[in-house]
Ligand binder design. Sequence first.
Ligand code: NAD
Ligand code: IPM
Ligand code: MN
Length: 366
Amino acid sequence: MTAFRVAVLPGDGIGPEVTRAAMSVLSAACAVDGVRLETSEHAIGGAAVRSLGSPLPAGTLAACQGADAVFLGAVGDPAFENEPRERKPETGLLALRRGLGVFANIRPARVLPGLENLGPLKPEVAAGLDVVIVRELLGGLYFGEPRGFDRAAGRAVNSLVYTKDEVVRIAEVAFRIAEGRRGLVTSVDKANVLETSVLWRETVIEVGKRFPSVRLEHQYVDSCAMALVLTPAHFDVVLTENLFGDILSDEAGALVGSLGLLPSASLGAGPGLFEPVHGSAPALAGRDVANPVGAILSAALLAREGLSLEGVARRIEGAVTRALSGGRTADLAGGGNAVSASRFTANVLECLEPALTSRESRSGGC
Ligand code: NAD
Ligand code: IPM
Ligand code: MN
């Protein structure tokens, strides 16, 4: 039996610890289903600048391009804050996304039934929050030219550029996802001010005509940010450009109770890139408190979208849901008793296959 090759990039801060948790759960879930995984670790971000002088060493990119799927923990290290762009950890992540051609960033956010009281919303408002943010990942301000910082002149520039083709391909992804869900796409733009948004809106309307079973609506990004808090259950699929999607997905993290819960999948024509939505959270690193759920659920997305292993994905997602009802990390404990991140991960592992664990040795509610 051939093994699936997964390139694993732990990165910085809490990246390595959540990656360890996610990979242990992924390997265990694959083992239950008799699936073989071959993992290889590679440097990225600040860790890679330290060891190899670049935030995306050539060997890391080549290994990712040759893998079946890529898992990333997080990048970002305050030590590099004042370094030039080519030595910033984040530059490595952006170069990786571009190198893999992953233009579609899928960020699901859901309030799990029974856990509606974990976040800042009233439980009756939070109930039913189940949204997928479809974020364009290779365009907009992140990559537009010209860009630059003329320190002497006291002037800096970034360019917000989109082509019609870039909008068509991401819109198609959003409509396809909506077809398999509740059939609503909310396209988010700033068409009252930005030409790129006018192109965005016209193009999304055109693409939408090919998906008659999906209802399309448009919201300005400022208004959408408010509506997400006031009526989160309204949303099904939110389709938006790179920077708006970055901002709205952290907002979604807050709404479900913790940014540490959210997974993501970044897809293109080649291997997909799977990473939690959160960053390297330097203040939490090394303390065994960082919530590994976003990373573990990213591993589930890796199984589903990256390796077409639906059974493994469901097994992981089910185990996380069960483990969450048994004990939670500090970000979700609301000041009450929290379990450590490693205890929580052990609970997820137990919940993968409760039948194999004796009732007496179980502690995570499974
Ligand atoms: P962050 O996501 O690291 O943290 C934001 C807040 O969420 C903090 O309060 C943090 O403690 C909390 N948080 C994040 N992950 C958590 C988890 N797993 N469990 C519990 N709480 C969690 O964002 P930031 O502080 O703005 O950025 C830190 C660094 O991470 C920066 O260098 C930034 O560029 C980088 N970053 C990287 C990625 C990525 O690698 N994909 C994403 C976002 C930010
Ligand atoms: C994210 C992060 C990245 C982004 C940074 C670290 C480059 O915030 O994945 O959400 O802005 O895309
Ligand atoms: Mn972000």
